[in-house]
Design a protein around this ligand. Structure first.
Ligand code: SF4
Length: 187
């Protein structure tokens, strides 16, 4: 677990320190005010892992979802699963954020935004996403080369290195590790 994340900082740290998988879910949530089940799970557990407290998590999801489905329906249909992720409902299991291996093995369908972009995006969409992340054109080619060889986590590690301008010798194996490695450099 990494410190605490307050709601007012969330947009800034999403830009600077979220790996592409989480950045994509975060941007889609802000854009569509909605995410399907697995997207909510993947992003929600990640946010818990980076230190977003339950009350802030409820406020964060509600601010978006209520623009789409209304506050009442959010409270009725969606708040439960967020509390559930934090171990406050049902079996009261404290669920852990997904690893890269798990995310890469998921099978998103059309309209889903979960999964690993290096594995699940088209080449065109991945190139555009990398540019938006601030990877230069040489860096994009290096990343695409790893992707072609199905080395998705190495592709993510190269992205990290391109954005932060320094090596990540351990390599990326968990989105929450990407986040904490990034914050260590930026702080
Ligand atoms: Fe996310 Fe891991 Fe894929 Fe990077 S390699 S985008 S951290 S799932």
């Amino acid at each position: 677990e990494f410190g605490e994340l307050s709601l007012k900082d969330i947009d800034n740290v999403a830009k600077s320190s979220f790996p592409l998988c989480m950045r994509h879910l975060f941007d889609k949530l802000r854009e569509d005010h909605h995410l399907k089940h697995w997207g909510r799970m993947q992003l929600g557990l990640f946010l818990k892992g980076v230190g977003l407290k339950l009350d802030d998590a409820l406020a964060f999801w509600k601010a978006e979802f209520s623009q789409k489905v209304g506050a009442e329906r959010f409270d009725k249909e969606y708040a439960y699963s967020i509390r559930h992720n934090y171990g406050k409902e049902g079996k009261r299991v404290d669920y852990t954020p997904y690893s890269c291996q798990k995310i890469i093995s998921l099978t998103p369908s059309v309209g889903d935004h979960h999964g690993c972009p290096y594995r699940h995006f088209s080449e065109e969409n991945l190139r555009a996403a990398l540019c938006k992340m601030g990877v230069n054109s040489g860096g994009v080619e290096d990343v695409m080369d790893k992707v072609r060889h199905k080395h998705y986590q190495l592709a993510c590690t190269l992205t990290f290195e391109a954005i932060h301008g320094c090596p990540n010798d351990a390599g990326i194996n968990h989105p929450n590790q990407y986040f904490s490695d990034s914050q260590k450099i930026l702080k």
